[in-house]
Design a protein around this ligand. Structure first.
Ligand code: G6Q
Length: 549
């Protein structure tokens, strides 16, 4: 069969199976199959994934695996890990996996070994971390640099802040970190208010070193430093840069010794493993940073070696494809039952939506398939008292990932048992629901008046049959966190392969930037009429603003 035809046949078979399942509830799939819970779950790299509570059959899973083969997934995985230039629209390799490969393996790209390059730069960075921690690298007045301000945005912010928050129990005593990303001056001002210039290290984290927000914040931080007792010579003690653009860093005034580099084969949203992780290493120490890399590496090795049918990122991705393309679910919730993972939804929102929120395939053709879903989320149990109403009874079905650790990072009374009970109850409630009959019985048992029962009962019905995955780990540690992040990175990659999109570019963020630069002079210059007219709505908004500025 020709390739295109077999692809169509794969999707046709999946659609047939979805139709067959339309009237079969998830709970019925369990009733008919005693081994379902066991077979639709697996362990890898310290994580346990249960995907049995999806509206998916064994046959559908086989068909999805056949689709993955049709899309040449094993060769694509190899291509990713071997450094092929799979980011074709930017002509780059995609080698975040090389950043955490400390096995001695070589991955050659552009004639150089990416693992060796990564090791060299990481060693420099961790030596710097050690110097700061041991007081060999101090502020201009000789005081220890105990406070870090990471100035970066998007991929140069979301990963580091998420990891630093997640690893709170591993923080080194007496150290503080701030993360400033927004061009809204209030973000920087709020941090500056709490700083002592003599003990602060500013990290300017920007791959390109041209990003409007980061450069604006970096210049304002520099001005603040100089206005608050800092000297031009002292800048070298208090500012470091993380960037691939050495020339721009030097032009800013940061010396090469204080610059930690990376390479164009590290995408922004995949960069926390590179020098961009400096703020992490400063806050939790070099050993914990390396443990984070090792956890991710363990998942990389599993992804590389496991058969597709036993491959955790592959299965998570394929179940996601089923939910998105066959069940037509457009929204996916990330629900960590762990307060320290409260920034994980925001992190994965970028990782997933910037990677797979695309309409054009690598072929240049418009996609005939829906691609990445909307990702949102919140830590449990907080979300339960906010948006779970819609998850349980809304007219749209939202697929969910429930994530939690068996043991808390801070055991306190029976808090953790209660947290886990909620973590288990929610996916069960979403799947099982509650029928009208049961609702009426319950109300009757409570002695509610029959007329009230009839009026109230429909509102208390849960139709159930709403899909979810559960991801567990024994404890949230640097290793399990690394594995969890890598799990999602690879899931996103696999889905990109199935959908045929380039998961590693982000052209969709460009237009807004371009238009903002056209509008900026209209807000900062009095000669507004010299500029070409914008659309009537924007003109009107500008006018409203300018009359009040
Ligand atoms: C991530 C994106 C984007 C990027 C930011 C910051 O994959 O490319 O979020 O990380 O725009 O870019 P710089 O690091 O170049 O400042």
């Amino acid at each position: 069969m020709a390739k295109e035809e077999s692809g169509k046949a794969s999707w046709d078979a999946l659609r047939d199976e979805q139709e067959r399942l339309a009237d079969v509830a998830i709970v019925e799939l369990f009733n008919d199959d005693n081994e379902r819970a066991r077979d639709f779950s697996l362990e890898a790299a310290g994580l346990y994934l249960d995907y049995s509570k999806n509206h998916i059959s064994r046959l559908a899973l086989q068909q999805l695996l056949a689709l993955a083969q049709h899309c040449e997934l094993p060769a694509k995985i190899e291509g990713l890990l071997q450094g092929e230039r799979i980011n074709r629209t930017e002509d780059r390799a995609v080698l975040h996996t090389a950043l955490r490969d400390r096995s001695g393996r070589q991955v050659i790209t552009d004639g150089e070994d990416a693992c060796a390059l990564a090791t060299r730069e990481r060693d420099r960075m961790l030596a710097f971390v050690d110097d700061v921690h041991r007081g060999r690298r101090v502020g201009a007045t000789g005081k220890p640099l105990t406070t870090v301000v990471n100035i970066g945005i998007g991929g140069s912010d979301l990963g580091p802040v998420m990891v630093v928050e997640a690893l709170r129990p591993y923080w080194i005593d007496g150290r503080r970190s701030f993360f400033v990303s927004n061009v809204d001056g209030q973000h920087l001002a709020d941090a500056l208010e709490q700083l002592d210039g003599e003990t602060t290290l500013f990290i300017v984290a920007s791959k390109t070193f041209t990003t409007q927000e980061t450069m604006t914040n970096a210049h304002s931080a520099l001005d603040w430093f100089l206005a608050n007792g800092g000297t031009h010579e002292g800048v070298q003690n208090h500012f470091v840069a993380l960037s691939t653009n050495a020339a721009a860093v030097q032009a800013f005034g940061i010396a090469p010794e204080s610059t930690f580099g990376f390479w164009d084969w590290v995408g922004g949203r995949y960069s926390l493993w590179s020098s961009i992780g400096l703020s992490i290493a400063l806050q939790v120490g070099a050993a914990n940073f390396l443990a984070l890399l090792d956890g991710a590496f363990a998942m990389d090795e599993h992804f590389r070696e496991a058969q597709l049918a036993q491959n955790m990122p592959v299965l998570l991705a394929l179940v996601g494809v089923w939910n998105r393309n066959l069940e037509d679910i457009a929204v996916h919730a990330i629900l960590p039952y762990d307060q320290h993972l409260h920034r994980l939804p925001a992190y994965l929102q970028q990782a997933d939506m910037e990677s797979n929120g695309k309409s054009v395939c690598l072929s240049g053709q418009w996609s005939s398939l829906h691609t990445g879903p909307v990702i949102f989320g919140e830590a449990g149990t907080n979300g339960q008292h906010a948006f779970y109403q819609l998850l349980h009874q809304g007219t749209d079905v939202v697929s969910c990932d429930f994530i939690g650790a068996v043991n808390s990072q801070s055991e306190l009374g029976d808090h953790h048992a209660k947290l886990l009970a909620n973590l288990l109850a929610q996916p069960r409630a979403l799947m099982c629901g509650k029928s009208l009959e049961v609702v009426k019985e319950e109300l009757a048992t409570e002695g509610v008046d029959p007329a009230v029962i009839d009026a109230l009962a429909p509102h208390k019905v849960f139709d159930g049959n709403r899909p979810s995955n559960t991801i567990l780990m024994e404890r949230l540690t640097p290793e399990t966190l690394g594995a969890l992040i890598a799990l999602y990175e690879h899931k996103i990659f696999v889905q990109g392969v199935i959908w045929g999109v380039n998961s590693f570019d982000q052209w969709g963020v460009e237009l807004g930037k371009q238009l903002a630069s056209e509008i900026l002079p209209r807000l900062t210059s009095s000669k507004g009429s010299d500029y070409p007219a914008l659309d009537p709505s924007t003109e009107q908004l500008l006018d409203w603003i300018n009359r009040r500025r």
